[in-house]
Ligand binder design. Sequence first.
Ligand SMILES: [Mg+2]
Length: 377
Amino acid sequence: MKIVDVEPIILQVPLDVPVVTSFGSMTSRTTVLVRIEADTGVYGIGEIWNNFPSWGLYEKLATLKYGMIPLLIGEDPTQISNIHDKLLRAHTVVGLQWGALGPIYHSVSGIDMALWDLLGKYRGEPVAKLLGGPVQPSVEVYASGLGPGPFEDFVEQHLAMGVNAFKLKVGKDHQLDLANLQRLRKLVPETARVMIDANQAWDRRTAIRVLQQYRAYGLTWIEEPLRCDDPEGLAIVRHQTGIPTAAGENLYGVRQVRQALEKHGLDVIQPDLSKQGGITASRSIVEMAASWEVPYAPHFLGAAVCLAASIHFAAALPGNTILELDANPNPLRERLFTRPVKVVDGRIAVPEEPGLGFELDREFVQFHQVPLRDISL
Ligand SMILES: [Mg+2]
C-alpha cells in the first residue's frame, strides 16, 4: 500500500462571542485537517493545531506543502513510526535554525493522526485497540476555558452532563481571577475538582505571591503559571505553594518534556495530540512521564478530530487522569461529525468503529471550507 494523496482541508467558522485568553481574543475558529489517501482508496483524517493566532495556519500550510507532503507520497502508510521519524529527522534541525519547531510538530501531528485513522480503517479496528487498549471503556472529561467573562451557563450545562471537574482561565487581572475562583467554587459541588490555567502569564515572584492566596480553594492543579521554558521556575512554584503544577501543551519534542521532568517541575503532563507530534510522539511522552510517576491529562482545545484521537489515546494508554474538553461553543468541535461526540455522566465512550471512528459531515465541511485557491503561499 502506498500514499498517493495528501490534502489539507482548511475550515473557518466566525464566532458570535469572541473567546478571550490572557494573550488575546479569538473572533473565529480555524483548523487545518489533513486527509491522507492510499492507492487502495483507504484514507485517514488528522488535525493540525491552529487555535491562536488564526493566521498561524499559513505556517502549517507552507510546512505541509514544501516540507512534509513531498516526503509522504509513495510511502507505506502503515509504517507510522518510520514516517514519523523521517519527517522529524528531515525538519528538526532546520526548524531549530529558523525557529519553527511549533509548525513542524503541529504538521507532523496532523499527519500522524491521519495515519493512525487510516491504519485503523485498513485493519478494521479502532485506534484504541491498535494502541493496545482500551484500558477503560470511557474517558472522564473536565470543562475548560471558563472565564474571565461570565461562565455560569457553561458550568450549569456541564454539571447537567455529569461533569465534575472545571478549569478557570486566570492571569489577566488578579482581583477578577480571585472573584471568579470564589464564584466557581460556589457553583460546583464540594467534590468537584477545580483547576486554574494562567497560560504562561506570570513571572516566578508573581506566581508564588498570587498562588498563596489561591491555596484555600483546593486546586487540583495550576496550569502554566510561568513560561513553558522555565522548568526550574515550575519546580520552585510547586514547592513553595504546595499547589500541583501542570504543563505540556507548549513543549515540543520528547527532549523538552524530559527537561521539565528532570527539573521536577510537573505533577501532570499535558500533551496535545494536534501539537506535540500526534499519537506517536504523545505516546512516547506519556510513557516517559510514567517513569517519573507523572500522570497525563491530554490538552485539547481544537476541533472534533483531535477530540476523537484524544479519547482513543486516553482510553488506551495507562496513566490518564482526565481529558480536557473546552466548555466554550465551537462549531468545529460540535458539528464537524455526522454523529457528534457526547458526554454522558461526565465521560465520553470510546468509539468502536474502525480508525478514529467518525465521519465528517460533508455539508458542514463544504460550507466552512476555505478553498486552497484563496490561500497564496
Ligand atoms: Mg492550557
